[in-house]
Design a protein around this ligand. Structure first.
Ligand SMILES: [Zn+2]
Length: 101
């Protein structure tokens, strides 16, 4: 009979990554990044974080799906022409900013 020592000198036991807590703070933090996520502007590690959250959080998953749908719909629509009144107001606002310097 040989007794093996159970000492583990170098390898620390890594905790199994704690399951997603449906914390609102986490969801909110994520929601702020969602539009950038959909546009593919986020770093890959943040994308991974978001994807794993989406897998665990049905609320956010539904939300991002509908957001994606909306973005797709918007992209396929032609940009509506500006009303002339809006155009004038916009030009005025731009000129005002430019002149303010
Ligand atoms: Zn969530």
């Amino acid at each position: 009979m040989t007794k093996k020592k159970t000492a583990t000198p170098h390898t620390k036991q890594t905790k199994p990554s704690s399951r997603h807590k449906a914390g609102r703070g986490h969801c909110l933090k994520l929601l702020r990044q969602l539009s950038a996520y959909i546009d593919g502007e986020l770093a890959s590690d943040i994308c991974k974080e978001i994807r794993s959250h989406l897998g665990a959080c049905p609320n956010c998953e539904v939300f991002i799906l509908s957001l994606q749908q909306t973005v797709i719909l918007c992209r396929h629509r032609p940009v509506p022409p500006l009303k002339s009144a809006d155009r004038v107001a916009l030009r005025r606002a731009i000129l005002k900013k430019a002149n303010a310097k």
